[in-house]
Design a protein. Structure first.
Length: 78
């Protein structure tokens, strides 16, 4: 039976590949999201990326990392 977590996983996995200018930013979201600043986002916009594209890629990476951590927790608990 599919549930909400499966739906999140499917959406995160179906997100289009990120453009090259987002590589370093998304690595930062993945490893140290708490350090993201308005300046990071402004730099992406200055590189020609839209707010929608930045948002979608950010959410996909954040959800993916959250699911990865959930999977680890379930293995430890189970």
């Amino acid at each position: 039976m599919r549930g909400p977590v499966d739906d999140l996983r499917r959406v995160a996995e179906s997100t289009a590949p990120a453009p090259e200018p987002m590589r370093d930013y998304l690595a930062k979201v993945h490893a140290r999201a708490y350090t993201i600043t308005d300046g990071d986002v402004e730099a992406l916009k200055a590189a020609g990326l839209s707010e929608d594209e930045i948002f979608e890629q950010t959410v996909a990476v954040a959800v993916g990392e959250g699911l990865r951590r959930l999977d680890i927790a379930e293995r430890v608990i189970g």
